[in-house]
Design a protein around this ligand. Structure first.
Ligand SMILES: *[C@@H]1O[C@H](CO)[C@@H](O)[C@H](O)[C@H]1NC(C)=O
Ligand SMILES: *[C@@H]1O[C@H](CO)[C@@H](O)[C@H](O)[C@H]1NC(C)=O
Length: 465
């Protein structure tokens, strides 16, 4: 084993969460020599997929001496994401998967629906997010006249070209806010709400008044529409057997390009010279005797758990993993879906997300659904109450796993001073758009270049229904 560790690498990556695995995969493909370590014995870090027994044991919500997981079929049929997220079928992560050819290790399937809630409590309506003019005209989310305004808006978004001012409706795009655009079309508050939160996927309303923010918002709405157009049912795709497959796919990719992977390996010390990280001392366990080694690198990438004194807490995620025996109500019996409850519909500042998957994606036995409800905490107590508008949507819950609030970390510094580039924690959203923003950001900080991935023409082949 020892002779496999080189005296020097271009990059050492700590942690096998998705962000780290994408980066080590991409860097390997681009010719960098990568050493990738994880202290755990499995891939995925905080974003691993686990079976039901592991989940019960992690949350400890069962009586000693009992084995409640035994009533739920074969353990190996369960692949439950600790952090559930869907991929936009025309989004950045899909681009990275296709352009690096990781897709050869993974199989994807459409997510059957993308829904949004309007109103709250017993008066709530759950409806498909309309993605084109025809759907806008059929949508129960809007009245007769508003449907027409939405149709005009969606058609305009389709024609919008940031470089062609004749498509700008007389608005100055270098200063224009999204609010001005909505006002131009006379859209109602509830319509702006589902456009901003369920199509553009903003997590708060701060995008609304950002000067010059309109083109980005419009681009995000276009991405949503283009992603739906790709496979038809929703903009989202999801891997068979769960998200845990993704880091492993990238790990295989990195290995093909000469990357070295080591699980069960503790970092004992980061070596600094002149304030800059230049290497690590580490111990590989899981073998007898354990192996100590030292190696150098031009830079170190890692998740926040490896650098507790270089990160700060920016908030907390609340997340409840629930096992159901039925699909979500008002979702056309979807085998899988995302439901977004925009914050203002339920008197909050942060959206509530529900990601629901089932045996259609081989993550549980037939007859079960896994629904994961998440949001950002806004209080220091009553966390269950904060998730309640989401939990209410689930109907009868067979099992519910909810731990304490999960801290969201982000690096204090950008890493250029000490050569340590740290990722952010996974947020509350049930899609990957913010994770890929972080990948791009780390890549830019670490290499001084933009991450360029080849545009994709054909997208990912999805499994047949
Ligand atoms: C748009 O606004 C910018 C910044 O105020 C200004 O420099 C530019 O001339 C404006 N463009 C048009 C076409 O009015
Ligand atoms: C409901 O699901 C069926 C079967 O998948 C599909 O044909 C139909 O278009 C869906 N209806 C709506 C309103 O999405």
């Amino acid at each position: 084993m020892a002779d496999e560790i080189a005296p020097e690498y271009d990059v050492i990556v700590l942690g096998t969460g998705l962000t780290e695995c994408i980066l080590s995969g991409v860097l390997s493909v681009k010719g960098k020599k990568v050493l990738h370590l994880d202290r755990a014995s499995y891939y995925g870090g905080d974003a691993a997929s686990v079976n039901l027994e592991t989940l019960f044991k992690k949350y400890g919500n069962y009586a000693k001496g009992t084995s409640p997981w035994e009533q739920y079929g074969r353990l190996n049929d369960w692949n439950i994401d600790l952090v559930p997220k869907f991929l936009m079928s025309s989004g950045e992560l899909t681009n990275i998967l296709v352009s690096t050819d990781v897709t050869r290790y993974l199989e994807f399937k459409q997510v059957a629906g993308s829904y949004v809630q309007q109103g709250s409590g017993s008066k709530a309506t759950v409806a498909k997010v309309p993605s084109d003019a025809a759907e806008a005209l059929r949508s129960p989310l809007m009245g007769l006249f508003e449907k027409r305004r939405m149709k005009n808006f969606i058609e305009w978004v389709g024609q919008f070209d940031p470089k062609d001012s004749t498509t700008h409706k007389g608005l100055n795009m270098s200063t224009c806010t999204m609010k001005e655009v909505y006002d131009k079309f006379g859209l109602e508050v509830t319509t702006k709400d589902f456009i901003g939160h369920a199509m553009a996927l903003y997590q708060t309303d701060s995008y609304f008044d950002a000067p010059g923010g309109a083109p980005e918002a419009i681009e995000r709405i276009r991405l949503y529409g283009n992603s739906v157009a790709r496979y038809g049912k929703s903009p989202y795709i999801y891997p068979l057997y769960g998200l845990g497959e993704l880091p492993q796919g990238f790990a295989r990719l990195s290995a093909i390009y000469g990357g070295t992977y080591m699980l069960n390996t503790n970092v004992d010390e980061v070596i600094y010279e002149g304030g800059k990280a230049v290497g690590i001392k580490a111990t590989m366990g899981g073998i007898e005797p354990e192996m100590k080694f030292e190696t150098r690198a031009k830079m170190i990438l890692g998740d926040p758990s490896y650098f507790p004194d270089k990160v700060k807490v920016t908030g907390h995620v609340l997340r409840a993993i629930c096992i159901l025996k039925h699909p979500l109500a008002q979702t056309n019996d979807s085998d899988s879906c995302q439901l977004i409850i925009p914050q203002s519909q339920v008197g909050r500042k942060n959206d509530i997300y529900i990601a629901c998957v089932s045996s259609a994606h081989n993550v549980c036995p037939k007859g079960y659904w896994i629904a994961i409800v998440s949001t950002i905490a806004e209080t220091s107590a009553n966390h269950h109450l904060e998730l309640a508008p989401g939990l209410e949507r689930l109907g009868k819950i067979e099992e519910q796993f909810m731990g304490p609030p999960i801290p969201l970390y982000e690096p204090i510094e950008d890493g250029t001073k000490d050569n340590i580039f740290i990722s952010k924690s996974y947020d509350a959203s049930s899609h990957f758009e913010s994770t890929t923003d972080d990948v791009r950001d780390i890549y830019r900080r670490a290499t001084g270049e933009e991450l360029v991935v080849e545009g994709l023409r054909d997208g990912i082949q999805v499994a047949e229904e």
